[in-house]
Design a protein around this ligand. Sequence first.
Ligand code: ADP
Ligand code: MG
Length: 401
Amino acid sequence: MTWKTLDDMDFAGKRALVRVDINVPVENGKVTDTSRIERIVPTVKDIQAKGGKVILMAHFGRPKGQVVPEMSIKHIAQTVADVIGGNVNFVSTDYAKATADMASDEILLLENLRFNPGEEANDVEFAKRLASLGDIYVNDAFSAAHRAHASTEALAQLLPACAGRLMAEELSALEAALGRPKRPVAAVVGGAKVSTKLELLGNLVTKVDILIIGGGMANTFLAAEGYHVGKSLCEHDLTDTAQEIGEKAAEAGCTILLPHDVVVAHEFKAGAANSTVSVDQCPDDAMILDAGPESVAQIIAVLENCNTLVWNGPLGAFEIEPFDKATNEAARKAAALSKAGKLISVAGGGDTVAALNQAGAADDFTYISTAGGAFLEWMEGKQLPGVAALSANSETVSDTI
Ligand code: ADP
Ligand code: MG
């Protein structure tokens, strides 16, 4: 897949309609985390530096096609202005006039796209109205790219289109990890359940050379191999599925690595009394909460021999000490190898990002995706409509203009 970037477009004197994700958390009327807004700044500044005018389009919450006053973008407009540090003006009505009369340094922030039912319906008429407000479409919202909405899909067909800086960075990182990776490629998949990651596992075994399975989901794979996992989190009804994934991996030449030794406890609680046992020694009344030191050593050896790593899901119950140990150690190793230029490492997932931050490893990973659902769908091998539309556009619309 190919897509254009800001560098391929001529923004001089043009109005850029920029789809962004500024769906920030708000508590008691205050934005508690401005990261999402910070990430769009390079795109905004670069368009302005190229002589373009910026019109920001975003969703906020889930108003489901209705005007819900609490979900108005106006509540975050001041924060957007503060973070971008520019002349940001929120507009809720008469977009045509506002966009026609824009001052050159002005940034317009449109009302919540999802107030209009046409947005989530990917309605062409709504997309046409949006298209009439600008000259160039820029998508900088990778995290919304797994949804075919008017502002992510239909609109990309109507104007010359390109990826913003954030989107381009994310796509390049993902492409380097699974598209055209430097082999050998390893994947770490952990977390709670196999059931939430079936498609992801099915796709990864066809793409990576070695699949390291950890966390609660490893228990289902261990049970499928006949091990007793006691009271561990385990989806016993999915042991057949685990076996099928194992067969698919074998056919594709992918090695699956399961824990060799495990840390068991009687309670899911921080500081719970625990012991390390071989996987065939889990007591009937205990649960597996982490991978043991031998398993960690094996994982580290794999990382040392790989050139690329994709990671989703912690290796243990990382929220409760000391069951964060395997995750911390493997994460720190991946971070150190990445920092030394020996590994390309890409990670994503809500708990994964939290776990890597907790391990102090996040900064040295090559790329940490905060895109949530879009990242997971990409790991599942799905085509993301927002990305596909940009790619199709780069082959048609832009070339003819
Ligand atoms: P992500 O959000 O990164 O996709 P998941 O939601 O799949 O990750 O998994 C994270 C959860 O998995 C954490 O809450 C963690 O406590 C849980 N988990 C990991 N290992 C175990 C285990 N052995 N037993 C129970 N829960 C576990
Ligand atoms: Mg999670």
